[in-house]
Structures are given as C-alpha cells and as structure tokens.
Design a protein around this ligand. Structure first.
Ligand code: ADP
Ligand code: GLC
Length: 486
C-alpha cells in the first residue's frame, strides 16, 4: 500500500515535540512491513537537507488576493521512506515553526493551508497514495479539501484520509473571514462542519471529514470523548466513536537506548547497570552541580513548558519538596510563566533545583541516562514519549495517571516486585508530593530499586506492533472508501 504522511514536524528535519519523533519513526516501521511511504513536510529554516533536489518547480496554490507558487524539494529516500518538502520561503523560512514566545505567527492559517493544498497538488505529480495519513491541526485541511473543493477530482476519488490527534489542546482556531482568502466555501462555516463558537476550527474539520480518526493511546481515545479532556470537541468525537481508536506510540530504540546512546557519558544495559553512575556524574556536571552527595537521587524533567505538563503542581509543593533528599534537574522552554517559575525555584534552592531554559537534544539524552527518576505530572497527556524512553534507561517514571502515562506505567509494588513506576490520579500538589515521597522511600532500598529499574528496562515499546495496528486502520479506510465511492 502507498501511504502519504502529512505533518508539520519530523525528526531529523524539524522538531518541537513528540509529534516529530512519531513522524520520524512510524513511516520507517511501515516501510519495514513492505509498504511504500512518502512523508510531506514544510521546509523550514531549521530543516537541514544534505542533498536537496527540486522535484517540482512550481505548484500553484490559489488564494483570493493572489496566487502563491511553492516548489517541492526532495530530501531523498532513507530507510525506504521518501521525504518531500513544500518550499515557500515567505511562510516557512522563519526562526520558529509556529511562533515566538510572544504568540503564534498571525498568518498560521495561510501557512498551513498553503502547505495542505500544495501537498495535494504535488501528490498528483509525485504519486497519489491510497491513504493520506494526516497529523494534528497543521495538516487538518487535507481531509477537508479532499472531500470538499477536491471532491470531484478523479485523482482522489478512492483516496482515503486517516487523521491522528496528537493533542486536542491545539486546534487551529481562526476568524471565519479567513475562509474566502483560503478559497474555501462559506458552507464550511456551519456547526456540523468547521464552525466552533463563531470561529473556524481546522481540527474540527479533520474530525468531520476524515475516514478514520486515531489518537496516540487507548486511554486518551476515551478521555477526549469527555468534556474534561475534549476541549469542546468531545461531542464531535462521540458522534464518530465507531471510527475513533487509540494506538499507542512506539519508540525508536536506535535513538533512545542506554546501550547505544550517542550523547551519554557511558553505555549501560539491563545486564550491566554500572555505566549509569558515570552518566549521573556527567549530568550533574553539565548542570553545574559538582559538590553534592552522589548518593542523592536525581529527578529529571525534559519538557515543553506548557500548562498541559502540570508544572503548576510543583510550585505548590516546592517548599516542602526542597526539604527532601533529592536533586531536580529540569530542561525545558516555552511559556514564560513556567520558565520564570523554574528560574525562581533555582534561585531559591540552588543546591536542589538545577534548570536550563533551552531546547537541547543532547541534554535531553543526558537527563534520560543520568537521572534516577523522571517526572511527568501532566494535567493531560495524549501519549507522552519521555516516560517510555525513561523506562528503557532505568530512570523510574513518576507520572500522573492520565492518557498514555496511565497506559504505559504500572505502579510499583515492593512486596510482589512488580511494576515500573509511580503514579497518582488526583491533580493536586498533595498527591504529587506524596507520590514523589513514595519514590524517594523506595530508592532507599537499592536492591529492590534495581528490580524496579530492570522491570522498566525489559519493557518493549518498539514501533512494530503499533505499525501493524495502523496498517489495519489503513485497510479499514480503504474499505470505507470503496463502499462510499461505489
Ligand atoms: P510533547 O509532544 O507533548 O511535547 P512527548 O513526551 O510526546 O511530549 O515528546 C516530547 C519530545 O520532545 C521528546 O522527544 C523530548 O525529549 C523532546 N523535548 C521536549 N522538550 C525538550 C527540550 N527542552 N530539549 C530537548 N528536547 C525536548
Ligand atoms: C503530543 C502529545 C504527546 C504525544 C506526542 C506524540 O504533542 O502532547 O503526549 O506523545 O504528541 O504523539
């Protein structure tokens, strides 16, 4: 089968979060299963291509004010996957992918509408797939276009659309006046289509027009059908419940494993944990902590600093947490509020809380390898990748039981020696504190702690199984399509 991925980020070309890891790894796993996979991405300033080659000089994208002309560049084929980049410098040759700390770029609707239309046009020249697999609001117009303005295009009649929700918190909301500029019909501005409290909602369009909807864990697929987690779209999802499913993300263990990590100070494995002590020493040095007791447990954090990630809980209990015997090492960037909170905590407890406000892949790896525990107290978490990476590094996750965090972490039970981490349900500072204290208590017994570490290291979240589930979804999409077009 030929599947075309459409997404706004992909490792190693562009990344702000886990979406890039997924779009980097899943196509390869599908190619290994014998499928043909193309991946369409925007070409950003940060997209580094070794051997870029223009494959289409000009793709016409009509806008109401004037037509825009993008080109398509290929980055070649890797691991059986072909990468195509939509090039339109006025929109994509910018310092960031979506915006600055001050806010989103004001023309994001135009940017990703151009991207989506250009992908459809390019595919007619480069090869129309059987299924478009679109990710998040930035690619949400693809299914909308396919079933509206391109509805009569014979090239796409039998082509299916699968849409994966990586995060309901980002929907692509724009004023309705954007419709004519993007040359989209006004009737999309109705409640059964893309209208959402007086605005146009790209994500809602994808939920209405895709043949099948997936999200990135089983638990999250249920949560988003409730008002607590649906961000106002729970009704739309419930109406489509028969074509909504959760498929857990996998991990690329060539990238994230202590046995072959290119950034860590020493290699180690489930059979020989000794290298981890060196990684811990190296991590503390990288954060400028050189004179603390090496026996103190280190709790790592790597995250986008966003409300989703639950860091407001930390601020509630930090005074008490700082009295515990431990060190927190945090790496992240994003909302100013949380950046300032971490910097303040660092000033207040310089020996306890070390912080780097940055986006740094090498340090992210060092934190996975060198920490004893990994903290993700998320308010909601569609899947979460860092806790799954942590398991492989013997870095015991402490998580809130939501979405993929709940699906991937089993609570530790010292008596039976079963479980892989610590989790709490109630979204409160008290629950977080209690759970961290449980973890610190467990850490004091080195032999049972090693059982806990090894339980996690022995878990296998490689992509193969999830990729097979996606193939079943693509097959279902093809059946639905042929039933529809018959
Ligand atoms: P999300 O996609 O919501 O940000 P995930 O846990 O799925 O959360 O994935 C986050 C990915 O982004 C991981 O690969 C993580 O290592 C990476 N990441 C997040 N913040 C940073 C940062 N400040 N520096 C380096 N990598 C980061
Ligand atoms: C999102 C989610 C995260 C998920 C990632 C990849 O950004 O916040 O939980 O792991 O996408 O699917």
């Amino acid at each position: 089968m030929h599947i075309a991925f459409v997404a706004s980020e992909c490792v190693p070309f562009s990344k702000t979060g886990g979406l890039a890891d997924v779009v980097g790894a899943l196509p390869r796993a599908l190619a290994q299963l014998g499928h043909k996979v193309s991946v369409y991405l925007p070409r950003y300033k940060q997209t580094k291509l070794q051997a870029a080659q223009t494959v289409i000089d000009s793709v016409t994208v009509p806008f109401d004010d004037r037509y825009r002309f993008s080109s398509v560049v290929t980055g070649g084929e890797e691991h059986g996957v072909r990468y195509y980049f939509i090039e339109y410098p006025p929109y994509f040759d910018r310092d960031a992918l979506y915006g600055t700390p001050a806010g989103d770029y004001p023309d994001n609707a135009e940017r990703f509408a151009l991207f989506s239309r250009a992908v459809l046009e390019a595919s007619k020249i480069l090869g129309v797939p059987e299924v478009f697999h679109c990710h998040d609001w930035q690619a949400a117009l693809v299914p909308v276009l396919l079933r509206t303005v391109y509805g009569e295009d014979p090239a796409f009649r039998d082509v299916g659309a699968t849409f994966t929700i990586h995060n309901m918190g980002y929907q692509g909301l724009f004023p309705s006046e954007i419709l004519p500029l993007l040359m989209l019909p006004w009737d999309l501005f109705t409640m059964s289509k893309m209208e959402f409290f007086g605005q146009i909602n790209f994500l809602k369009g994808a939920l209405v027009y895709s043949d099948f909807i997936t999200t990135v864990s089983r638990k999250y697929s249920q949560e988003i059908q409730t008002s607590e987690y649906g961000f106002g779209l729970e009704g739309v999802l419930r109406a489509r419940a028969a074509t909504v499913t959760g498929i857990l993300n996998g991990v690329d263990y060539q990238e994230w494993s202590p046995e072959c990590d290119k950034f860590s100070a020493a290699k180690y494995s489930v059979h020989d944990l000794s290298g981890k002590a060196k990684c811990k020493h190296d991590l503390l040095a990288a954060f400028g902590i050189t004179d603390s007791n090496p026996k103190l447990p280190v709790i790592g954090i790597v995250s986008r600093f966003a409300a989703q990630k639950g860091f407001d809980l930390i601020s509630h209990v930090m005074d008490r947490l700082a009295r515990e015997d431990m060190i927190v090492v945090a790496l992240g960037a994003g909302d100013r509020e949380y950046e300032e909170m971490f910097l303040r905590l660092n000033r207040q407890f310089p020996q306890k809380i070390a912080v780097k406000i940055a986006y740094n892949n090498e340090l992210a790896h060092k934190i996975e390898a060198g920490s004893d525990m990994f903290l993700m107290p998320s308010r909601y978490e569609p899947c979460g990748l860092n806790q799954i990476y942590s398991l492989k590094y013997g870095t015991v996750p402490i998580v809130r039981a939501t979405g993929g965090l709940d699906d991937t972490i089993e609570p530790w039970d010292a008596r039976s020696g079963k479980g892989t981490g610590f989790k709490f349900s109630e979204y409160s500072g008290e629950s977080l504190l209690l759970t961290i204290r449980q973890a610190l208590q467990a850490f004091r017994d080195p032999s049972s702690w090693q059982v806990l570490m090894r339980n996690g290291m022995n878990r296998d979240f490689s992509w193969n199984r999830s990729a097979k589930e996606y193939v079943r979804v693509y097959e279902r999409v093809r059946q639905l399509r042929s039933a529809n077009s018959a």
